[in-house]
Design a protein around this ligand. Structure first.
Ligand code: ZN
Ligand code: ZN
Length: 287
C-alpha cells in the first residue's frame, strides 16, 4: 500500500547505522512509498557506544539528530532518519528497567525535525558481576534472553586495553570470554551485560519497528495551523483526579500536542479516555 497523501510519500531518506536497523525501520516507510537508503561507511559509534568505550556526550535527542545528519552528509539526501536508545532505571519506579527509544526524521527541505519516542519496561537488559568461582545459572541466562539476545563480557574492574567481548550468542564462546576476562582482572572477576546494539537484541529491534510506525504516523499528521508535517504529542500535564477523593494526582490529566514549525499548541484530554486516577496513585489516599 502506498499513501500518496503522506508528505513523505515517494521520498528517499538517509539512514546511518552500523547495526542493521534498516530491517526494522524500512517497512513502515515502505508502506507510504518512501525508501530508506543506508549510508555506507558512517561510524555512528563515534557518537557513543552502549559498552562505554566511547561515552555519549550528547543528550539522546541531539545524538539522534547528529546521527541522522551523518547519513544525510554521506548520501547528499535532504532527509535523514536515526534512532537512539537509552537504558537505565525507571526515573520514578527505580526497580523497573526503562528502555526509551527515540526516532527522528530530519527534514532540511522544510527545516524540520520530527521526533517520536517509545518507552518500555520489558527491555532485555541488565548486567551481573561474576566473582571468582561464580557461574551464570540458567535463570540468569533466561533473564538476559540468551542466546537470542547477545551478551558482552569484560574484566571487572575494567583493565584499560583489555578485550571487551561483544556479540556473544554461543555458550562455549561466552564461557571462554568469561575465563579470559577473569584472567585479565586483578580480582578474578568478570562483568556480563546485555549487548544492546539493535542487531544483537531482538527485543530492541521490535521496539524500533513499532517506533518507526509511530514516526511515520506523526510525520503524516499536519499542523492544523500551518500544515507542516509532524504534529503530535510533545508533552503531558499532570493532575488527573483521584477516583476516590478527587484530589489531583501526578497522573496525566491532559496531553499537549504541538507543532515544531510554528509553535501551535493544542491541550486535549487523554487519548485513552481515562478520567480518574487509581487511588493507589493518590498522595492523600495512599500516602
Ligand atoms: Zn485520593
Ligand atoms: Zn504549525
Amino acid at each position: 500500500m502506498t499513501d500518496a497523501g503522506h508528505p513523505y510519500a515517494g521520498t528517499a531518506i538517509a539512514l546511518a547505522t552500523l547495526h542493521g536497523k534498516a530491517e526494522a525501520l524500512a517497512p513502515a516507510f515502505a508502506a507510504i512509498g518512501a525508501r530508506v537508503i543506508t549510508a555506507e561507511g558512517v561510524d555512528t559509534d563515534a557518537l557513543g557506544t552502549f559498552s562505554g568505550e566511547i561515552e555519549r556526550r550528547l543528550p539522546a535527542l541531539e545524538a539522534a539528530i547528529a546521527k541522522a545528519r551523518l547519513g544525510m552528509a554521506a548520501t547528499g539526501l535532504p532527509l535523514g532518519l536515526a534512532t537512539e536508545g537509552s537504558f537505565g532505571p525507571h526515573p520514578v519506579v527505580g526497580f523497573l528497567p526503562l528502555h526509551r527509544e527515540i526516532a527522528v526524521l530530519v527534514d532540511d527541505t522544510r527545516g524540520l525535525v520530527i521526533a517520536e519516542w517509545l518507552d518500555s519496561h520489558q527491555a532485555r537488559y541488565g548486567g551481573c558481576l561474576l566473582k571468582a568461582g561464580d557461574t551464570l545459572d540458567e535463570a540468569e541466562l533466561r533473564r538476559f534472553g540468551f542466546p537470542e539476545h547477545a551478551l558482552i563480557v569484560r574484566s571487572e574492574p575494567f583493565v584499560p586495553g583489555s578485550t571487551i567481548h561483544k556479540g556473544l550468542r554461543d555458550g562455549a564462546a561466552l564461557d571462554a570470554a568469561i575465563d579470559a576476562c577473569r584472567r585479565a582482572s586483578p580480582d578474578g572477576q568478570a562483568w556480563v551485560e546485555s549487548d544492546l546494539r539493535a542487531h544483537m537484541n531482538p527485543t530492541r529491534m521490535q521496539r524500533i519497528a513499532l517506533l518507526a510506525e509511530r514516526l511515520v504516523a506523526r510525520a503524516g499528521t499536519c499542523c492544523p495551523q500551518c500544515r507542516s508535517p509532524g504534529f503530535g504529542q510533545t508533552g503531558a500535564q499532570p493532575g488527573l483526579p483521584c477516583g476516590d477523593c478527587g484530589a489531583p494526582t501526578a497522573a496525566t490529566l491532559s496531553e499537549v500536542a504541538s507543532c515544531s514549525a510554528c509553535g501551535f499548541r493544542d491541550v486535549r484530554g487523554r487519548s485513552d479516555g481515562l478520567t480518574e486516577a487509581d487511588p493507589a496513585q493518590c498522595d492523600l489516599c495512599n500516602p
